[in-house]
Design a binder for this molecule. Structure first.
Ligand code: NAG
Length: 317
């Protein structure tokens, strides 16, 4: 029994990009660019939703929370990925791998919950506008955001503890960019069918349930929008919702595809690249999709940046 708890592996090799040994400049430049875009975009949203007085509504409170979350989420995997792309050895310490998995799950699950909270917020705003200010008050909003974080923390720590207390005594090579759940489970030296089943079950619960909630919210929203008398109102409601829907489908589409199939059947190559969608692409495009399609954010950005430039010009003169 004592022998089982022993850790044999002290370092894990991440061989995600090893097929590109000869052209590592290209993946580096791509990942770096996307990471930079994700940081800049999300920080801009963070700042603008804090300082602009028009953006003090529940929708922007959740958007601010989402941007903060996206910054954390990308910073769990991408910086290490970048370091590994330029260094000779592509390793991560055993503890580092555990921490990476823990926070990756934590932020990922929180994002699922937060996206469904945002869908619910839109549902109340569009389908029950008269009750909106009453039912989406500050306390309710704070608790819904906090709830998402609590679920994320519980699932993240729960999964990581249950996996990293298993014996790791065989191979230490992962054919992936970071310590994602299924690639790490493959290193465990005992039969992991039970753990895979546990991961898949929680996935169904905490990814699919928010997803169904989102679908339900948008179904109700769309049917309400279609019944609206004015074309202008229809257009406005549609434009905020369509951006949410794009983000949601990207994130859930790829995530569900990967986590719903048992690891033994996963073809590693294609999954590796699909996982780039939810680790790199979605967090980068989230702020762009939300802000470029949103008139209020565009206005706020123009105001803030315009004011900055104006004060610079006047201080120079
Ligand atoms: C996100 O929501 C939580 C819970 O309500 C809150 O404590 C936190 O300050 C929020 N974060 C941001 C950046 O708004």
């Amino acid at each position: 029994m004592g022998k089982d708890n022993q850790t044999c592996v002290t370092e894990i090799q991440l061989l995600g990009f090893s097929d590109f040994q000869s052209l590592q400049v290209l993946p580096f430049v791509l990942v770096f660019t996307f990471y930079l875009m994700a940081l800049v975009g999300n920080i801009l949203i963070l700042i603008i939703t804090i300082i602009d007085s028009v953006l003090q509504t529940p929708m922007y409170f959740f958007l601010r929370n989402l941007s903060f979350l996206e910054i954390c989420y990308t910073s769990v995997t991408l910086p290490k990925m970048l370091v590994n792309l330029v260094s000779e050895t592509q390793t991560i310490s055993f503890a580092g791998c555990g921490a990476q998995m823990c926070f990756f799950i934590l932020f990922g699950i929180t994002e699922c919950c937060l996206l469904s909270v945002m869908a619910y917020d839109r549902y109340v705003a569009i389908c029950h506008p008269l009750q909106y200010t009453l039912s989406m008050n500050q306390i309710v909003c704070a608790w819904m955001a906090a709830g998402s974080w609590i679920v994320g923390i519980l699932v993240g720590f729960g999964h990581t503890i249950s996996i990293f207390t298993l014996p790791f005594c065989g191979s230490n090579r992962i054919n992936h960019f970071f310590c994602d759940v299924f690639p790490v489970l493959r290193l465990v030296s005992i039969d992991t069918h039970k753990n895979e089943a546990a991961v898949t079950t929680t996935t169904v619960l905490f990814i699919l349930a928010p997803f169904l909630l989102i679908l339900l919210s948008y179904g109700l929203i769309i049917s309400t929008i279609l019944k609206m008398p004015s074309a202008e109102g229809r257009h406005k409601a549609f434009s905020t919702c369509s951006s949410h829907l794009i983000v949601v489908s990207l994130f859930y589409g790829t995530g569900t595809f990967i986590y719903m199939q048992p690891s033994s059947e996963q073809s590693q190559g294609s999954n590796r690249f699909l996982s780039l969608v939810y680790t790199v692409l979605t967090p980068t495009f989230n702020p762009i999709i939300y802000s470029l399609r949103n008139k209020e954010i565009r206005c706020a950005l123009r105001k803030t940046i315009g004011r900055k430039m104006f004060s610079q010009v006047t201080s120079m003169g």
